[in-house]
Design a protein around this ligand. Structure first.
Ligand code: S3P
Length: 170
């Protein structure tokens, strides 16, 4: 069985959709941020403060290496995992990459005041900077097998669409 790997910018619903997807398919669920938090015994904001983003990206790489060996799992990726090509090579080995696509308006609405996302919390002008980061990252999110618009759709609807698309190739 293949893994279903969810990618997308912060605030696109990867964790919510991933959990629901895993329940519907009876697949185990893994969230890269959760695993890093468990392994380091620190929250993501704490980790960014203590060791910095660069070291956090190294933790991500280690988790990706481990998860890429899994089979028949749903894997929800932190929004920056796509920035590293090796991460994506590993996740693609036995995974179907599913990109959750939201409009910039939806994303800004959902994360503009988020204090638990250190990248956003550090922004002086989040509205402008989120849009810039979103545009800078667009090319990385192009690396997917399937893309699903999530604007104005319920998690249930999105999950049904994903299952209908991937069920034949799992
Ligand atoms: C990040 C996204 C976050 C988390 C960290 C960095 C990013 O995950 O990994 O705060 O660089 O996009 P979510 O996409 O689940 O918010």
């Amino acid at each position: 069985m293949k893994n279903i790997v969810l990618t997308g910018f912060m605030g696109t619903g990867k964790t919510t959709i991933g959990k629901l997807l895993s329940e519907k398919l009876s697949f185990p669920f893994f969230d890269t941020d959760k695993i890093i938090e468990q392994n380091t015994d620190m929250s993501i904001p704490c980790l960014f403060e203590k060791v910095g983003e660069q070291e956090f990206r190294n933790y991500e790489k280690e988790v990706v290496k481990l998860l890429s060996e899994a089979e028949g799992c749903v894997i929800s990726c932190g929004g920056g995992i796509v920035l590293n090509n090796i991460n994506m090579d590993l996740l693609s080995k036995n995974g179907i990459i599913v990109y959750l696509k939201a409009s910039i308006d939806t994303i800004v609405k959902r994360i503009v005041n988020d204090k638990n996302r250190p990248i956003i919390a550090a922004m002086e002008n989040p509205k402008v900077e989120i849009e810039k980061l979103f545009n800078d990252r667009k090319r990385f999110y192009k690396r997917h097998d399937f893309s699903f618009d999530v604007d104005n759709l319920t998690p249930d609807t999105i999950v049904t669409k994903i299952i209908n698309t991937v069920k034949e190739i799992l």
